[in-house]
Ligand binder design. Structure first.
Ligand code: GCO
Length: 499
């Protein structure tokens, strides 16, 4: 099952009257816009006049487990995703990341391709078990060497390396000791972060500590559809708090060894529109925003949890200790936004005494259904990127931002001439980039954009069934073929304009 669809089903909760949120939260919600089509005439007009800041970083993104393969090479340890994908009947098509796009071996050719396309930033992630096979102790130099070579090749090609420290491949040995719900994992992660920054901090200017902390804690520990496959809301809460503490501690540890490094995280965000204009639905949308979008942001920037629960933040269930408000705080240099789709929220009553769990958030989430639908069932809604970027701009006083992911799944493959005419992906990017340009014009400080993804790859529980790439991968022989969208994006990157 598709993971976002799954969530939509399971986050529908039952329960009593919602508590209104603070005026501030209500103010910043995007207006309810039922009936707005995907590409309004206004959006179409934006395409022509869209401009981007000088030196805007046009890039693409991938993640270690999704593209690298080479799962046992050069002393790499087992990760939770290796274990999860090797468990029968979990991943669609019995797929694994054992080989994936073989980028561990083919990175030079992939970098040459990005250079030809004119890309200026490559967001990749480091697999922790390549650096510390068991998650603690001695460093596996061969693993570090790989990322040194990759980084140097990017720099030589004039592409900025943007490195994500954690895109979900926890060393299995740490999961065996309790994983992210175990608070000690924060200290291990901080040590790993420092090792990597010491080795690569001289050549990598931009770092994301975590990728989508909400997704890997909720889907990994709360819902069980991602590794390590646990289904326990209490574990999700504990995991999320360990990650918040780890984010703050790692930030400081990294700055200590590389003060010039620009350090942030990449957060999954879905703008929340109340289903109606009622106070209750608006409050439900604010709670969803608190849980889904800023559960790892408010903590870093303000040292507190946002109001995601009707009856208050469950500090005890989080395992919150005195002093954590300082430990999780980190003045992130930039914020990454991964945007895919929007959410529609209505209130669900929560009875007094409802135990901490999904039902305690008192909302019913559904996805928009008015725009075109991609191959994995997600609505195309360009306006959403404007809404979420502007909302964060208002709420956090115009932070430096990059779009760290945005993209769509369409299954197009080569036609008889070998060309891949993926017009729908071009339309997707064009609409979203026009809306992003509008946000920049309206005051958002967005410095870069990363298409998800450079190439088709392993899409987690969906295996290889969903193709998100601008470059097609023939998994039989690892041939790469640039899709029409890749050629289109290349022109955008080279001219800094939409066409
Ligand atoms: C995420 C990840 C990517 C996904 C992409 C498409 O958002 O889950 O960062 O690894 O592949 O989002 O679902």
């Amino acid at each position: 099952m598709n993971r976002r669809k799954f969530l939509l089903g399971t986050l529908s909760v039952a329960g009593a009257a919602s508590v209104p949120q603070s005026a501030r939260a209500l103010e910043s919600l995007p207006a309810a816009v039922p009936g707005q089509p995907n590409m309004t005439p206004a959006v179409a007009a934006e395409v022509g006049r869209a401009t981007f800041p000088k030196n805007f970083l046009w890039g693409s993104a991938t993640a270690s487990y999704q593209v690298e393969g080479a799962w046992k090479a050069d002393g790499k340890g087992e990760s939770v995703w290796d274990r999860f994908a090797h468990t029968p009947s979990i991943i669609k098509g019995a797929a694994t990341g054992d080989v994936a796009c073989d980028q561990y071996n083919l990175y030079r050719q992939d970098i040459a391709l990005m250079q030809r396309l004119g890309l200026k930033s490559y967001r990749f992630s480091i697999a922790w078990p390549r650096i510390q096979p068991k998650g603690t102790g001695a460093v596996n130099e061969k693993g570090l060497d790989h990322y040194k070579r990759l980084t140097d090749a990017l720099l030589a090609a004039g592409i900025r390396p943007m490195c994500t420290l954690y895109h979900w491949d926890l060393p299995q040995a740490l999961e065996d000791k309790g994983g992210w719900p175990n608070r000690e994992t924060a200290a291990h992660f901080t040590e790993y972060a420092q090792i990597v920054t010491k080795a690569l901090g001289d050549r990598i200017p931009s770092w994301a500590i975590f990728n989508e902390p909400w997704v890997f804690t909720m889907l990994g520990y709360g819902q069980g559809i991602h590794a390590p496959g646990k289904q326990d809301f209490g574990l999700f809460l504990k995991a999320s708090h360990t990650v918040n503490v780890a984010q703050g501690e790692a930030f400081r540890a990294m700055k200590a060894v590389a003060p010039q490094a620009k350090i942030g995280s990449a957060f999954s965000m879905s703008p929340a529109a109340p289903r109606t204009d009622s106070t209750e639905d608006k409050a439900a949308a604010a709670r969803f925003h608190a849980m889904n979008n800023i559960w790892f942001v408010e903590t870093a920037l303000r040292g507190k949890y946002p109001e995601a629960f009707v009856h208050g933040v469950p500090y005890e269930a989080l395992g919150f200790e005195p002093g954590d408000e300082k430990r999780m705080r980190a003045p992130l240099d930039w914020m990454g936004i991964n945007y895919y789709n929007r959410s529609i929220l209505s209130a669900e009553p929560v009875a007094a005494g409802t135990p901490v769990g999904f039902a305690a958030m008192g909302y019913n989430q559904s996805r928009g259904m008015e725009g075109p639908i991609t191959d994995n069932g997600w609505e195309v809604w360009p306006r959403g990127i404007y809404d979420i970027v502007m909302q964060i701009t208002r709420e956090y006083d115009r932070p430096v931002m990059e779009i760290t992911e945005n993209g769509c799944a369409y299954g197009d493959g080569p036609d008889v001439t070998g060309r891949i005419p993926d017009q729908q992906r071009i339309d997707f990017y064009r609409g979203h980039l026009a809306e992003l340009a509008r946000a920049v014009r309206d005051g958002a400080d967005v410095r870069g954009y990363h298409a998800w993804s450079l190439m088709d790859n392993f899409e987690w529980a969906e295996g290889y069934s969903q193709r998100f790439g601008m470059v097609y991968v023939d998994y039989r022989d690892q041939r790469r073929i640039v899709k029409d969208s890749g050629h289109w994006y290349s022109r955008v990157a080279k001219t800094n304009r939409l066409s």
